[in-house]
Design a protein around this ligand. Structure first.
Ligand code: 13P
Ligand code: SF4
Length: 321
């Protein structure tokens, strides 16, 4: 069997590249990566890197974010079919129609969206910075939020702000069930439930901690007294959780069954060590976006980064297209 870990490390001697991996990737991919993180971290890190060749082991919208923020870089993705159900649920033409209905509103779009949709968005967000983004929008402005309806509902309740929500969802995070969480909690006294905000409302109501992948990871060390965590997000994150808390037990929701693949993102799992090696050797597949898309999509990502860094921004008074 070919040892792709060895081959990738040998390639490092000949080529200057960096590998970025999302927490939902397979453990061996996380271990070969130079950096592992959530979608905000990967976008930031990818654009800050000095090397011109970046491989993003995640889904394609994550590679697009790096390319939009850093157009001179070659951004490789191991498998171009690694999409995202939220991207599929928000086709450009339909999103534009919706956007046009509310020209005076501010459109906040989750980064789990296509580059085209970002061109008609006022500000992007991830689950790490969305609270800062919402708080930065003047109270008298209407908010459109898409494409994740569950994240949108969660924010509406948390900030007591009415939002017009786009009806998209993540096919993985809608698998979790509140009923099953109660059963697991009853079976494991002293456990806590940690959940990603892409889960449905009743699951979030049954959760003790709600946050982005990096926030959930942090919660495992913030709660050193807790020995059992019931995890309502993608399975890949267990790898870093176990590294951080070798003394703790991590139970996968929705069912405590290692053979159940229901909490695995099929898109993230399209990436393999072999595909990563081949992409680095051949410098393909790479993210290709035209200049106009990059320029227009950069506006919402740039606003998102400024808000994340505590800078103030100016909001457009209306949407015209
Ligand atoms: P994070 O931004 O929390 O990494 O989440 C990305 C994602 O796709 C969750 O399903
Ligand atoms: Fe998209 Fe869901 Fe996969 Fe995240 S877990 S990349 S939101 S399909």
């Amino acid at each position: 069997m070919t040892d792709f870990k060895l081959k990738i490390n040998e390639l490092r001697e000949k080529k200057d590249f960096k590998i970025l991996a999302h927490y939902y990737e397979e453990s061996d991919i996380q271990d070969i990566a130079d950096y592992v993180g959530d979608s905000l971290f990967l976008a930031q890190k990818g654009s800050e890197l000095e090397t011109n060749l970046v491989l993003l082991a995640g889904v394609t919208f994550m590679g697009e974010s790096v390319k939009i923020l850093s157009p001179d870089k070659t951004v490789l993705v191991p498998d171009m079919n690694a999409g995202c159900s939220l991207v599929d649920h928000s086709p450009y033409n339909k999103y534009l129609e919706w956007r046009r209905k509310y020209p005076e509103a501010i459109c906040v779009t989750y980064v789990n969206s296509s580059a085209a949709v970002k061109t008609i968005t006022d500000v992007a967000c991830t689950s790490s910075n969305v609270e800062k983004v919402i708080n930065s929008i003047p109270k008298d402005r209407q908010i459109l939020f898409g494409p994740d309806i569950n994240l949108g509902r969660y924010l509406e309740k948390k900030f007591k702000r009415d939002m017009i929500l786009w009806p998209g969802s993540c096919q993985v995070h809608v698998q979790f069930s509140a009923q099953k969480l109660f059963e697991l909690k009853a079976k494991h006294p002293g456990s806590i439930v940690i959940a990603h905000p892409e889960c449905e409302e009743n699951v979030l109501l049954a959760s003790d901690v709600i946050g982005s992948t990096s926030a959930l990871l942090k919660s495992t060390t913030d709660n050193m007294n807790v020995k059992t965590f019931i995890v309502a997000t993608e399975l890949g994150i267990f790898h870093q959780m176990k590294k951080l808390r070798p003394d703790a037990t991590f139970i996968q929701a929705p069912v405590e069954d290692e053979n159940c693949a229901c909490n695995e993102c099929p898109y993230m799992k399209m990436n393999t060590m072999e595909k990563i090696y081949n992409a680095l050797v051949n410098e393909t597949p790479k993210i290709e976006l035209d200049d106009k898309t990059i320029q227009d999509a950069n506006v919402c990502l740039d606003r998102m980064m400024k808000i994340t860094n505590g800078e103030s921004i100016e909001w457009p008074s209306r949407f015209e297209l």
